[in-house]
Design a protein around this ligand. Structure first.
Ligand SMILES: NC(=O)c1ccc[n+]([C@@H]2O[C@H](COP(=O)([O-])OP(=O)(O)OC[C@H]3O[C@@H](n4cnc5c(N)ncnc54)[C@H](O)[C@@H]3O)[C@@H](O)[C@H]2O)c1
Length: 337
């Protein structure tokens, strides 16, 4: 008998590690993870980890033959900065890789006669504000507004959201019999901040990098202007959002893609908060005009009313709690300050 399994791609990344720990804590019995990198020591004896590429179709076929996959958390991706340096590789992983997994979930849904849940973390990068004036005029964007991404990563995410909707609602729409379709659900995250992992490859990394540098008594040159503003959220809330959306009754959902966020900060606000806890922190601003341009194209904040209404989304960590209960104590502890 094949075991009912939760599959996590990109499991060795920042979100993957935190998600696996939460699922294990909740007692999830069978977790299968897939990543090109090995899993963190400590987690690898608790779940089945496959080191491999999501673009390897024969590997995906083998996994379906061995496991009855009921939920997929598809986290594997090349993030925004990296995707801008290698756009074709980003398209291959972010779009073609996602397409392969959607097909896998689609086939599994038909075999099981029940929809496979496909949980997809999208991003604030799907938005593209044309100018700082427009960004100021529309400070809190709704899901359907300003979907004009300026990056390969943002374009990949927006298209994959649409592919997910297609596979959930319109797949084989001209066939005589409608197949059992998968159940795609997505959250658009703001910049995420973790106390336990140092980010790499994202364009919102300046926030967490500032705190980690201060804790290590290293100087930090921030790559965006002091007034650059985007929304943020801490990692425990990102995990809560993924798990709560996955658990929501399907009849409550009025959309397949939801904004979720906690608070909005300028890079200067970040610096001021860091200085309150690390008085000697040396933070300067040396904007990289190109990377700053990407941050400028993201909205200052996102409206997440629909997530709050439909599936009870509410961040547990407001600004105070995020910095003073979660980030500062844990980051200090990490560097033994
Ligand atoms: N961290 C953020 O601020 C943020 C914000 C919005 C959305 N997201 C999304 O959340 C997801 C996870 O992000 P993260 O912060 O954990 O990123 P991460 O870079 O830490 O993790 C991504 C993981 O994917 C793996 N991976 C990349 N290509 C692969 C491939 N071809 N096959 C298998 N594995 C592959 C990497 O090895 C890595 O472990 C991504 O889809 C990302 O776009 C993250």
């Amino acid at each position: 008998m094949r075991k009912n399994t939760i599959m996590i791609t990109g499991a060795s990344g920042e979100i993957g590690h935190a998600l696996i720990s939460s699922l294990i804590e909740q007692g999830a019995p069978n977790i299968l993870s897939l990543d090109v990198r090995p899993l963190e020591i400590g987690l690898n004896h608790k779940i089945t980890h496959i080191q491999g590429d999501i673009c390897d179709r024969s590997l995906l076929e083998r996994l379906v033959s061995e496991y009855e996959i009921e939920t997929i958390f598809h986290l594997a991706a090349l993030l925004s900065t990296r995707a801008e340096f290698t756009p074709e590789a980003a398209h291959r992983v972010n779009v073609e890789g996602t397409m392969g997994l959607l097909q896998l979930a689609s086939n599994q849904s038909e075999w099981r006669g029940r929809p496979v849940k496909f949980i997809f973390p999208s991003s604030v990068a799907v938005y593209g504000m044309p100018s700082l004036d427009v960004k100021a005029q529309f400070p809190k964007v709704r899901e359907w507004e300003w979907n004009y991404p300026r990056t390969m990563y943002g374009s990949n995410k927006l298209y994959c959201e649409m592919l997910g909707i297609y596979y959930s609602e319109y797949y084989r729409q001209l066939a005589v019999e409608r197949p059992v379709m998968l159940d795609f659900r997505s959250v658009r995250f703001p910049g995420l901040i973790s106390a336990f992992t140092v980010p790499s490859g994202g364009t919102s990394d300046y926030g967490p990098e500032m705190i980690h540098a201060a804790a290590k008594s290293e100087e930090y040159a921030c790559f965006v202007r002091e007034d650059s503003q985007i929304p943020f959220m801490v990692m425990p809330d990102a995990i809560t959002a993924l798990l709560r959306l996955a658990a929501a009754p399907v009849e409550k959902l009025t959309r397949r893609v939801y904004n979720v966020t906690s608070y909005s900060l300028t890079a200067g606000d970040f610096r001021d908060l860091v200085l309150k806890s690390f008085a000697k922190a040396q933070i300067s601003f040396h904007p990289d005009l190109k990377r700053n341009g990407i941050v400028d194209s993201w909205p200052a904040d996102m409206n997440d009313n629909d997530a709050r209404r439909d599936w009870g989304w509410k961040p547990s960590y407001d600004l105070e709690r995020s910095f003073y209960e979660y980030l500062f104590p844990n980051i200090k502890n990490r560097y033994r300050i």
